[in-house]
Design a binder for this molecule. Structure first.
Ligand code: HEM
Length: 495
Protein backbone atom coordinates (compact mmCIF):
# COMPACT_ATOMS: atom_id res chain seq x y z
CA UNK A 1 0.00 0.00 0.00
CA UNK A 2 1.21 3.49 -0.78
CA UNK A 3 1.67 5.93 2.04
CA UNK A 4 -1.20 8.44 1.96
CA UNK A 5 1.32 11.19 2.64
CA UNK A 6 2.46 10.78 -0.99
CA UNK A 7 -0.93 11.51 -2.52
CA UNK A 8 -0.45 15.31 -2.57
CA UNK A 9 2.86 14.80 -4.41
CA UNK A 10 1.17 12.58 -6.97
CA UNK A 11 -1.60 15.10 -7.54
CA UNK A 12 0.97 17.90 -7.77
CA UNK A 13 3.00 15.99 -10.38
CA UNK A 14 -0.09 15.30 -12.49
CA UNK A 15 -1.18 18.94 -12.26
CA UNK A 16 2.32 20.02 -13.27
CA UNK A 17 2.15 17.60 -16.20
CA UNK A 18 -1.14 19.13 -17.28
CA UNK A 19 0.17 22.67 -16.87
CA UNK A 20 3.16 21.76 -19.02
CA UNK A 21 0.94 20.42 -21.79
CA UNK A 22 -1.15 23.65 -21.75
CA UNK A 23 1.95 25.84 -21.54
CA UNK A 24 3.57 23.97 -24.44
CA UNK A 25 0.37 24.37 -26.40
CA UNK A 26 0.36 28.17 -25.92
CA UNK A 27 4.06 28.56 -26.60
CA UNK A 28 3.93 26.22 -29.59
CA UNK A 29 1.86 28.86 -31.37
CA UNK A 30 5.10 30.84 -31.97
CA UNK A 31 6.39 27.85 -33.90
CA UNK A 32 5.21 26.16 -37.05
CA UNK A 33 5.23 22.39 -37.25
CA UNK A 34 4.54 19.99 -40.16
CA UNK A 35 0.97 18.62 -40.43
CA UNK A 36 -0.19 17.24 -37.12
CA UNK A 37 -1.86 13.83 -36.90
CA UNK A 38 -5.11 14.31 -34.92
CA UNK A 39 -4.99 12.82 -31.43
CA UNK A 40 -6.76 13.22 -28.11
CA UNK A 41 -6.17 15.82 -25.36
CA UNK A 42 -3.34 15.13 -22.91
CA UNK A 43 -2.18 11.81 -24.46
CA UNK A 44 -1.97 13.16 -28.01
CA UNK A 45 -1.33 10.19 -30.34
CA UNK A 46 0.07 7.92 -27.62
CA UNK A 47 -3.03 5.73 -27.64
CA UNK A 48 -2.78 5.18 -31.40
CA UNK A 49 0.82 4.03 -31.65
CA UNK A 50 1.02 0.20 -31.65
CA UNK A 51 3.18 -1.41 -28.95
CA UNK A 52 5.30 -3.24 -31.53
CA UNK A 53 5.91 -3.18 -35.29
CA UNK A 54 5.48 0.55 -35.41
CA UNK A 55 7.09 0.79 -38.87
CA UNK A 56 4.01 -0.09 -40.95
CA UNK A 57 1.89 2.27 -38.79
CA UNK A 58 4.29 5.19 -39.32
CA UNK A 59 4.53 4.37 -43.03
CA UNK A 60 0.77 4.70 -43.43
CA UNK A 61 0.96 8.16 -41.88
CA UNK A 62 3.85 9.11 -44.17
CA UNK A 63 1.82 7.97 -47.20
CA UNK A 64 -0.97 10.28 -46.03
CA UNK A 65 0.96 13.36 -44.85
CA UNK A 66 4.04 13.53 -47.10
CA UNK A 67 7.67 14.28 -46.26
CA UNK A 68 7.09 15.28 -42.62
CA UNK A 69 4.35 14.94 -40.02
CA UNK A 70 4.04 15.73 -36.33
CA UNK A 71 2.64 13.60 -33.54
CA UNK A 72 2.26 14.23 -29.81
CA UNK A 73 3.26 11.38 -27.56
CA UNK A 74 1.92 12.24 -24.16
CA UNK A 75 3.72 15.52 -23.39
CA UNK A 76 6.26 15.38 -26.22
CA UNK A 77 6.28 16.63 -29.79
CA UNK A 78 7.77 14.29 -32.39
CA UNK A 79 8.47 15.21 -36.01
CA UNK A 80 8.82 12.25 -38.37
CA UNK A 81 11.09 12.74 -41.39
CA UNK A 82 9.75 10.59 -44.20
CA UNK A 83 12.17 11.12 -47.08
CA UNK A 84 15.92 10.76 -47.52
CA UNK A 85 15.97 14.37 -48.67
CA UNK A 86 14.74 15.82 -45.37
CA UNK A 87 16.72 13.34 -43.25
CA UNK A 88 19.83 14.42 -45.10
CA UNK A 89 19.02 18.15 -44.85
CA UNK A 90 18.34 18.08 -41.11
CA UNK A 91 19.97 15.11 -39.41
CA UNK A 92 23.10 15.00 -41.60
CA UNK A 93 23.75 18.58 -42.67
CA UNK A 94 22.66 20.09 -39.34
CA UNK A 95 23.91 17.13 -37.29
CA UNK A 96 25.39 19.44 -34.64
CA UNK A 97 21.95 20.42 -33.34
CA UNK A 98 19.99 17.24 -34.19
CA UNK A 99 22.14 14.85 -32.14
CA UNK A 100 20.98 14.74 -28.54
CA UNK A 101 18.48 12.33 -27.01
CA UNK A 102 15.22 13.09 -25.22
CA UNK A 103 15.09 12.06 -21.55
CA UNK A 104 14.20 8.39 -21.05
CA UNK A 105 13.66 8.01 -17.28
CA UNK A 106 12.59 4.34 -17.58
CA UNK A 107 14.90 2.65 -20.12
CA UNK A 108 17.91 4.91 -19.57
CA UNK A 109 17.52 6.26 -16.02
CA UNK A 110 16.28 3.21 -14.16
CA UNK A 111 17.01 0.28 -16.46
CA UNK A 112 20.49 1.43 -17.51
CA UNK A 113 21.66 3.55 -14.57
CA UNK A 114 22.02 6.39 -17.13
CA UNK A 115 24.87 4.43 -18.68
CA UNK A 116 23.73 3.09 -22.08
CA UNK A 117 25.43 5.13 -24.78
CA UNK A 118 22.62 4.76 -27.29
CA UNK A 119 20.20 6.81 -25.15
CA UNK A 120 22.71 9.29 -23.68
CA UNK A 121 22.11 12.99 -24.29
CA UNK A 122 24.77 14.74 -26.34
CA UNK A 123 27.60 15.99 -24.09
CA UNK A 124 30.83 15.12 -22.27
CA UNK A 125 29.72 11.72 -21.02
CA UNK A 126 28.47 10.60 -24.43
CA UNK A 127 31.68 11.83 -26.09
CA UNK A 128 33.81 9.86 -23.60
CA UNK A 129 31.97 6.59 -24.17
CA UNK A 130 31.77 7.15 -27.92
CA UNK A 131 35.57 7.51 -27.97
CA UNK A 132 35.94 4.13 -26.24
CA UNK A 133 33.55 2.63 -28.82
CA UNK A 134 35.50 4.19 -31.63
CA UNK A 135 38.79 2.76 -30.35
CA UNK A 136 37.40 -0.72 -30.47
CA UNK A 137 35.01 -0.53 -33.43
CA UNK A 138 36.65 1.96 -35.80
CA UNK A 139 37.57 0.85 -39.32
CA UNK A 140 41.27 0.77 -38.33
CA UNK A 141 40.41 -2.18 -36.10
CA UNK A 142 38.80 -4.26 -38.84
CA UNK A 143 41.82 -6.55 -39.18
CA UNK A 144 41.44 -7.49 -35.54
CA UNK A 145 37.95 -8.80 -36.25
CA UNK A 146 38.72 -10.65 -39.48
CA UNK A 147 40.30 -13.76 -37.93
CA UNK A 148 37.39 -14.13 -35.53
CA UNK A 149 34.77 -13.55 -38.24
CA UNK A 150 36.54 -16.12 -40.39
CA UNK A 151 36.57 -18.77 -37.62
CA UNK A 152 33.08 -18.04 -36.32
CA UNK A 153 31.49 -18.13 -39.77
CA UNK A 154 32.95 -21.63 -40.29
CA UNK A 155 31.31 -22.63 -37.03
CA UNK A 156 28.09 -21.06 -38.36
CA UNK A 157 28.15 -23.24 -41.49
CA UNK A 158 28.74 -26.32 -39.40
CA UNK A 159 25.71 -25.46 -37.25
CA UNK A 160 23.56 -24.92 -40.37
CA UNK A 161 24.63 -28.29 -41.72
CA UNK A 162 23.98 -30.21 -38.53
CA UNK A 163 21.20 -28.17 -36.89
CA UNK A 164 19.34 -26.38 -39.70
CA UNK A 165 16.25 -26.01 -37.49
CA UNK A 166 18.32 -23.91 -35.06
CA UNK A 167 19.51 -21.48 -37.72
CA UNK A 168 18.31 -18.41 -35.85
CA UNK A 169 20.14 -19.39 -32.65
CA UNK A 170 23.20 -20.17 -34.78
CA UNK A 171 23.07 -16.62 -36.17
CA UNK A 172 22.87 -15.34 -32.59
CA UNK A 173 25.82 -17.46 -31.48
CA UNK A 174 27.89 -16.33 -34.46
CA UNK A 175 27.19 -12.63 -33.90
CA UNK A 176 27.78 -12.86 -30.18
CA UNK A 177 30.93 -14.95 -30.44
CA UNK A 178 32.71 -12.48 -32.77
CA UNK A 179 32.26 -9.57 -30.38
CA UNK A 180 32.87 -11.70 -27.27
CA UNK A 181 36.18 -12.88 -28.72
CA UNK A 182 37.36 -9.33 -29.31
CA UNK A 183 36.02 -7.81 -26.08
CA UNK A 184 36.31 -10.66 -23.55
CA UNK A 185 38.61 -13.17 -25.26
CA UNK A 186 36.10 -16.01 -25.15
CA UNK A 187 33.87 -17.82 -27.60
CA UNK A 188 30.24 -18.77 -27.11
CA UNK A 189 28.47 -22.08 -27.80
CA UNK A 190 25.20 -22.80 -29.56
CA UNK A 191 22.46 -22.73 -26.92
CA UNK A 192 24.80 -20.99 -24.43
CA UNK A 193 22.42 -19.96 -21.62
CA UNK A 194 24.43 -16.75 -21.07
CA UNK A 195 23.83 -15.73 -24.69
CA UNK A 196 20.14 -16.57 -24.41
CA UNK A 197 19.92 -14.39 -21.30
CA UNK A 198 21.75 -11.56 -23.02
CA UNK A 199 19.18 -11.66 -25.83
CA UNK A 200 16.39 -11.57 -23.25
CA UNK A 201 17.81 -8.36 -21.79
CA UNK A 202 18.13 -6.86 -25.29
CA UNK A 203 14.48 -7.64 -25.93
CA UNK A 204 13.43 -6.11 -22.63
CA UNK A 205 15.38 -2.96 -23.39
CA UNK A 206 13.98 -2.66 -26.93
CA UNK A 207 10.45 -3.19 -25.65
CA UNK A 208 10.64 -0.65 -22.84
CA UNK A 209 12.18 2.13 -24.93
CA UNK A 210 9.40 2.06 -27.54
CA UNK A 211 7.59 5.38 -27.72
CA UNK A 212 4.35 5.35 -25.78
CA UNK A 213 5.43 2.33 -23.70
CA UNK A 214 6.05 4.16 -20.40
CA UNK A 215 4.07 7.22 -19.34
CA UNK A 216 7.10 8.64 -17.53
CA UNK A 217 9.09 8.81 -20.79
CA UNK A 218 6.30 10.87 -22.34
CA UNK A 219 5.98 13.02 -19.19
CA UNK A 220 9.51 13.05 -17.72
CA UNK A 221 8.19 15.38 -15.02
CA UNK A 222 6.68 12.26 -13.38
CA UNK A 223 10.24 11.21 -12.63
CA UNK A 224 10.06 13.71 -9.76
CA UNK A 225 7.38 11.71 -7.97
CA UNK A 226 8.59 10.11 -4.73
CA UNK A 227 10.08 6.73 -5.63
CA UNK A 228 7.42 4.62 -3.88
CA UNK A 229 4.81 6.26 -6.11
CA UNK A 230 6.64 5.45 -9.33
CA UNK A 231 4.68 2.36 -10.32
CA UNK A 232 7.06 1.63 -13.24
CA UNK A 233 10.18 1.66 -11.01
CA UNK A 234 10.11 -1.88 -9.52
CA UNK A 235 9.92 -3.39 -13.00
CA UNK A 236 12.71 -1.10 -14.28
CA UNK A 237 14.86 -1.88 -11.26
CA UNK A 238 14.38 -5.63 -11.80
CA UNK A 239 15.48 -5.34 -15.43
CA UNK A 240 18.46 -3.17 -14.39
CA UNK A 241 19.66 -5.80 -11.88
CA UNK A 242 19.26 -8.61 -14.39
CA UNK A 243 21.07 -6.69 -17.16
CA UNK A 244 23.87 -5.61 -14.85
CA UNK A 245 24.36 -9.23 -13.72
CA UNK A 246 24.47 -10.47 -17.31
CA UNK A 247 27.20 -7.92 -18.13
CA UNK A 248 29.08 -8.22 -14.85
CA UNK A 249 29.25 -12.00 -15.11
CA UNK A 250 31.56 -11.57 -18.11
CA UNK A 251 33.80 -9.13 -16.28
CA UNK A 252 34.00 -11.43 -13.25
CA UNK A 253 34.84 -14.37 -15.49
CA UNK A 254 37.61 -12.37 -17.12
CA UNK A 255 38.95 -11.11 -13.78
CA UNK A 256 39.18 -14.72 -12.58
CA UNK A 257 41.13 -15.68 -15.71
CA UNK A 258 43.46 -12.70 -15.29
CA UNK A 259 44.11 -13.79 -11.70
CA UNK A 260 44.78 -17.36 -12.86
CA UNK A 261 47.04 -16.11 -15.66
CA UNK A 262 44.85 -17.80 -18.31
CA UNK A 263 43.22 -14.71 -19.89
CA UNK A 264 43.68 -14.17 -23.63
CA UNK A 265 44.52 -10.70 -24.91
CA UNK A 266 41.27 -8.82 -25.31
CA UNK A 267 39.83 -5.33 -25.24
CA UNK A 268 38.27 -5.59 -21.76
CA UNK A 269 41.65 -6.55 -20.29
CA UNK A 270 43.24 -3.39 -21.70
CA UNK A 271 40.21 -1.34 -20.68
CA UNK A 272 40.34 -2.57 -17.09
CA UNK A 273 43.92 -1.30 -16.83
CA UNK A 274 42.70 2.27 -17.49
CA UNK A 275 40.20 2.15 -14.65
CA UNK A 276 40.86 3.88 -11.33
CA UNK A 277 38.97 4.52 -8.12
CA UNK A 278 37.11 7.44 -9.71
CA UNK A 279 35.69 5.35 -12.55
CA UNK A 280 31.97 4.76 -12.29
CA UNK A 281 31.55 0.98 -12.00
CA UNK A 282 28.08 0.87 -13.55
CA UNK A 283 29.36 2.88 -16.52
CA UNK A 284 32.27 0.46 -17.05
CA UNK A 285 29.93 -2.52 -16.90
CA UNK A 286 27.44 -0.93 -19.32
CA UNK A 287 30.14 0.24 -21.76
CA UNK A 288 31.46 -3.29 -22.15
CA UNK A 289 27.96 -4.76 -21.94
CA UNK A 290 26.67 -2.44 -24.67
CA UNK A 291 29.27 -3.88 -27.00
CA UNK A 292 27.88 -7.36 -26.41
CA UNK A 293 24.32 -6.13 -26.72
CA UNK A 294 24.69 -3.90 -29.78
CA UNK A 295 27.08 -6.30 -31.47
CA UNK A 296 24.95 -9.41 -31.10
CA UNK A 297 21.35 -8.60 -31.86
CA UNK A 298 21.98 -6.38 -34.88
CA UNK A 299 24.04 -8.91 -36.83
CA UNK A 300 21.63 -11.72 -35.89
CA UNK A 301 18.63 -9.78 -37.18
CA UNK A 302 20.43 -8.59 -40.34
CA UNK A 303 21.40 -12.15 -41.29
CA UNK A 304 17.83 -13.33 -40.74
CA UNK A 305 16.67 -10.52 -42.97
CA UNK A 306 18.78 -11.66 -45.93
CA UNK A 307 17.71 -15.27 -45.44
CA UNK A 308 14.10 -14.09 -45.57
CA UNK A 309 14.99 -12.22 -48.79
CA UNK A 310 16.55 -15.39 -50.25
CA UNK A 311 13.53 -17.52 -49.39
CA UNK A 312 10.94 -15.04 -50.68
CA UNK A 313 12.73 -13.65 -53.78
CA UNK A 314 14.94 -16.57 -54.95
CA UNK A 315 15.78 -14.99 -58.34
CA UNK A 316 18.69 -12.95 -56.96
CA UNK A 317 20.20 -15.98 -55.21
CA UNK A 318 20.83 -17.54 -58.62
CA UNK A 319 22.83 -14.47 -59.66
CA UNK A 320 24.74 -14.37 -56.36
CA UNK A 321 25.62 -18.05 -56.84
CA UNK A 322 26.95 -17.48 -60.35
CA UNK A 323 29.45 -14.99 -58.98
CA UNK A 324 30.35 -17.14 -55.96
CA UNK A 325 30.86 -20.23 -58.14
CA UNK A 326 33.00 -18.29 -60.61
CA UNK A 327 35.31 -17.27 -57.76
CA UNK A 328 35.25 -20.40 -55.56
CA UNK A 329 34.46 -23.18 -58.06
CA UNK A 330 32.11 -26.09 -57.46
CA UNK A 331 32.47 -26.63 -53.70
CA UNK A 332 36.21 -26.18 -54.03
CA UNK A 333 36.73 -23.66 -51.21
CA UNK A 334 34.82 -21.21 -49.07
CA UNK A 335 34.63 -17.52 -49.99
CA UNK A 336 37.17 -15.39 -48.10
CA UNK A 337 37.49 -11.70 -47.26
CA UNK A 338 40.28 -11.60 -49.85
CA UNK A 339 37.62 -12.33 -52.52
CA UNK A 340 35.70 -9.18 -51.74
CA UNK A 341 36.75 -7.26 -54.80
CA UNK A 342 35.64 -10.16 -57.01
CA UNK A 343 32.30 -10.52 -55.21
CA UNK A 344 30.69 -7.08 -55.59
CA UNK A 345 27.25 -8.69 -55.85
CA UNK A 346 27.57 -9.99 -52.26
CA UNK A 347 28.33 -6.45 -51.07
CA UNK A 348 25.14 -5.33 -52.81
CA UNK A 349 23.21 -8.19 -51.18
CA UNK A 350 24.34 -6.99 -47.75
CA UNK A 351 23.26 -3.41 -48.47
CA UNK A 352 19.91 -4.60 -49.77
CA UNK A 353 19.50 -6.66 -46.60
CA UNK A 354 19.97 -3.51 -44.52
CA UNK A 355 17.44 -1.60 -46.64
CA UNK A 356 14.80 -4.17 -47.38
CA UNK A 357 13.05 -4.24 -43.98
CA UNK A 358 14.73 -1.95 -41.42
CA UNK A 359 13.81 -4.14 -38.47
CA UNK A 360 16.48 -2.86 -36.10
CA UNK A 361 14.98 0.62 -35.86
CA UNK A 362 11.63 0.54 -37.70
CA UNK A 363 10.83 4.18 -36.94
CA UNK A 364 14.43 5.31 -36.45
CA UNK A 365 15.87 6.35 -33.10
CA UNK A 366 14.68 9.68 -31.68
CA UNK A 367 17.02 12.65 -31.45
CA UNK A 368 16.41 15.88 -29.59
CA UNK A 369 16.84 19.25 -31.27
CA UNK A 370 19.04 21.37 -29.01
CA UNK A 371 18.47 24.80 -30.60
CA UNK A 372 15.51 26.50 -32.32
CA UNK A 373 15.68 25.87 -36.06
CA UNK A 374 13.89 26.83 -39.28
CA UNK A 375 13.42 24.70 -42.36
CA UNK A 376 11.34 25.24 -45.51
CA UNK A 377 8.79 27.48 -43.78
CA UNK A 378 8.62 25.48 -40.56
CA UNK A 379 9.92 26.75 -37.23
CA UNK A 380 11.03 24.10 -34.76
CA UNK A 381 11.41 24.70 -31.05
CA UNK A 382 14.49 23.40 -29.18
CA UNK A 383 13.36 20.27 -27.36
CA UNK A 384 11.36 18.92 -30.32
CA UNK A 385 12.07 15.27 -31.01
CA UNK A 386 12.98 14.15 -34.54
CA UNK A 387 13.24 10.72 -36.05
CA UNK A 388 13.91 9.26 -39.46
CA UNK A 389 10.94 7.17 -40.51
CA UNK A 390 13.01 4.15 -41.52
CA UNK A 391 10.23 1.82 -42.64
CA UNK A 392 8.47 4.50 -44.68
CA UNK A 393 11.67 5.57 -46.45
CA UNK A 394 12.89 2.04 -47.16
CA UNK A 395 9.55 1.01 -48.62
CA UNK A 396 8.72 4.16 -50.55
CA UNK A 397 8.48 3.87 -54.35
CA UNK A 398 9.65 7.50 -54.50
CA UNK A 399 12.95 6.39 -52.98
CA UNK A 400 13.39 2.90 -54.45
CA UNK A 401 12.03 1.21 -57.55
CA UNK A 402 9.91 -1.82 -56.56
CA UNK A 403 10.75 -1.30 -52.87
CA UNK A 404 9.05 -4.52 -51.68
CA UNK A 405 11.40 -6.61 -53.80
CA UNK A 406 14.74 -7.91 -52.53
CA UNK A 407 16.80 -6.71 -55.43
CA UNK A 408 20.56 -6.24 -54.81
CA UNK A 409 21.13 -4.78 -58.29
CA UNK A 410 19.77 -1.44 -57.01
CA UNK A 411 23.08 -1.01 -55.14
CA UNK A 412 25.40 -1.94 -58.02
CA UNK A 413 26.57 1.64 -58.51
CA UNK A 414 29.51 3.96 -57.73
CA UNK A 415 28.59 3.98 -54.02
CA UNK A 416 28.65 0.18 -53.71
CA UNK A 417 31.62 0.14 -51.34
CA UNK A 418 30.36 2.94 -49.13
CA UNK A 419 28.40 0.87 -46.61
CA UNK A 420 26.52 3.91 -45.28
CA UNK A 421 25.28 5.23 -48.61
CA UNK A 422 21.89 4.46 -50.14
CA UNK A 423 20.03 3.46 -46.95
CA UNK A 424 19.67 4.63 -43.32
CA UNK A 425 20.00 1.30 -41.50
CA UNK A 426 22.88 2.64 -39.39
CA UNK A 427 21.20 5.97 -38.67
CA UNK A 428 22.17 9.48 -39.79
CA UNK A 429 24.46 12.23 -38.47
CA UNK A 430 26.57 12.17 -35.32
CA UNK A 431 24.68 9.30 -33.72
CA UNK A 432 25.42 7.00 -36.65
CA UNK A 433 26.01 3.43 -35.45
CA UNK A 434 29.45 3.22 -33.85
CA UNK A 435 29.88 -0.38 -35.03
CA UNK A 436 28.79 -0.13 -38.66
CA UNK A 437 32.02 -1.38 -40.23
CA UNK A 438 32.20 -4.40 -37.90
CA UNK A 439 28.49 -5.07 -38.46
CA UNK A 440 28.80 -4.83 -42.24
CA UNK A 441 31.78 -7.20 -42.39
CA UNK A 442 30.12 -9.64 -39.94
CA UNK A 443 27.18 -9.91 -42.30
CA UNK A 444 29.32 -9.99 -45.47
CA UNK A 445 31.47 -13.03 -44.68
CA UNK A 446 28.60 -14.98 -43.11
CA UNK A 447 26.21 -14.37 -45.96
CA UNK A 448 28.81 -15.05 -48.69
CA UNK A 449 29.49 -18.45 -47.13
CA UNK A 450 25.85 -19.32 -46.39
CA UNK A 451 24.72 -18.49 -49.92
CA UNK A 452 27.59 -20.50 -51.33
CA UNK A 453 26.65 -23.62 -49.34
CA UNK A 454 22.92 -23.62 -48.65
CA UNK A 455 19.53 -23.41 -50.33
CA UNK A 456 16.78 -21.47 -48.56
CA UNK A 457 13.13 -22.23 -49.28
CA UNK A 458 10.09 -20.42 -48.04
CA UNK A 459 7.67 -22.09 -45.68
CA UNK A 460 4.49 -20.17 -44.77
CA UNK A 461 5.43 -16.76 -43.40
CA UNK A 462 4.67 -15.93 -39.79
CA UNK A 463 5.69 -12.29 -39.40
CA UNK A 464 8.14 -9.70 -40.60
CA UNK A 465 10.74 -10.22 -37.89
CA UNK A 466 13.47 -12.74 -38.53
CA UNK A 467 11.80 -15.45 -36.45
CA UNK A 468 10.09 -17.19 -39.33
CA UNK A 469 10.35 -20.75 -40.55
CA UNK A 470 12.66 -21.47 -43.41
CA UNK A 471 13.64 -24.75 -44.97
CA UNK A 472 17.44 -24.95 -45.17
CA UNK A 473 19.22 -27.62 -47.19
CA UNK A 474 22.85 -27.95 -48.07
CA UNK A 475 23.34 -27.33 -51.79
CA UNK A 476 25.02 -30.62 -52.63
CA UNK A 477 26.96 -33.53 -51.12
CA UNK A 478 30.13 -31.77 -52.26
CA UNK A 479 29.23 -28.65 -50.27
CA UNK A 480 28.48 -30.80 -47.21
CA UNK A 481 31.89 -32.43 -47.56
CA UNK A 482 33.53 -29.02 -47.88
CA UNK A 483 31.89 -27.89 -44.62
CA UNK A 484 32.90 -31.09 -42.82
CA UNK A 485 36.46 -30.66 -44.08
CA UNK A 486 36.92 -26.92 -43.50
CA UNK A 487 34.63 -26.13 -40.57
CA UNK A 488 34.72 -28.91 -37.96
CA UNK A 489 37.95 -27.59 -36.53
CA UNK A 490 36.31 -24.20 -35.95
CA UNK A 491 33.68 -25.90 -33.77
CA UNK A 492 36.34 -27.68 -31.75
CA UNK A 493 38.48 -24.58 -31.15
CA UNK A 494 37.86 -23.65 -27.54
CA UNK A 495 38.79 -20.52 -25.57
C1 HEM B 1 24.98 -5.22 -38.17
C2 HEM B 1 24.24 -4.25 -38.27
C3 HEM B 1 24.00 -3.06 -37.38
C4 HEM B 1 22.98 -2.19 -37.57
C5 HEM B 1 21.93 -2.25 -38.68
C6 HEM B 1 23.06 -1.18 -36.53
C7 HEM B 1 22.18 -0.12 -36.39
C8 HEM B 1 22.30 0.87 -35.45
C9 HEM B 1 21.39 1.99 -35.33
C10 HEM B 1 20.15 2.22 -36.20
C11 HEM B 1 21.83 2.78 -34.32
C12 HEM B 1 21.19 4.09 -33.83
C13 HEM B 1 21.69 5.20 -34.71
C14 HEM B 1 21.07 6.56 -34.37
O1 HEM B 1 20.70 6.79 -33.23
O2 HEM B 1 20.96 7.39 -35.26
C15 HEM B 1 23.03 2.17 -33.79
C16 HEM B 1 23.77 2.68 -32.75
C17 HEM B 1 24.84 2.03 -32.18
N1 HEM B 1 25.40 0.85 -32.61
FE1 HEM B 1 24.84 -0.25 -34.20
N2 HEM B 1 24.14 -1.46 -35.73
C18 HEM B 1 24.75 -2.60 -36.21
C19 HEM B 1 25.87 -3.21 -35.68
C20 HEM B 1 26.55 -2.78 -34.56
C21 HEM B 1 27.68 -3.46 -33.97
C22 HEM B 1 28.30 -4.76 -34.51
C23 HEM B 1 28.05 -2.73 -32.87
C24 HEM B 1 29.14 -2.97 -31.88
C25 HEM B 1 29.71 -4.09 -31.61
C26 HEM B 1 27.17 -1.57 -32.78
C27 HEM B 1 27.24 -0.58 -31.83
C28 HEM B 1 26.43 0.54 -31.76
C29 HEM B 1 26.56 1.57 -30.75
C30 HEM B 1 27.58 1.62 -29.62
C31 HEM B 1 25.56 2.53 -31.02
C32 HEM B 1 25.24 3.81 -30.22
C33 HEM B 1 25.86 5.01 -30.90
C34 HEM B 1 25.55 6.34 -30.21
O3 HEM B 1 24.46 6.55 -29.70
O4 HEM B 1 26.43 7.21 -30.24
N3 HEM B 1 26.27 -1.65 -33.83
N4 HEM B 1 23.29 1.01 -34.49
Amino acid sequence: MLDQAYIPFAVAALVLGLVKVIDDYIRDSKYKLPPQVPGVPFFGNALQIPPSQQGPWAKELADKYGEMFTIKLNGQTWVFLNSSRVVYDLMERRAGIYCSRPPFPMPQGIMSGDSRIVLMPYGEKWRGVRKVMHNILGSRQLNLYKDFQELESRHLLYNYLHNPDRWFSANGRYSNSVIMSVVFGRRSDLGDPDVEELFETVEEFLREQQPGMNLVDGFPILDNLPKPLQWWRPKGQRIFEKTRNVYKRELDRLSAKIAAGTARDCFAMEFLKTINSKTDETQTIFTLGTLMEAGSDTTRVSLGQIIAGAATYPDWVVRAREQLDAVCGDAKRLPEFADRKNLPYITAVVKEGFRWRPNIAEIGVPTLLIKDDEYEGYKFKAGTIFTWNAWAISLSPKEYKQPERFWPERFMNDDLNNALKGHWAFGPGRRVCAGWSVGESNVWIAIARLLYCFDFHQVPFTGNKAQFDVDIKVRSEAHAALIERDCSEAVNTKY
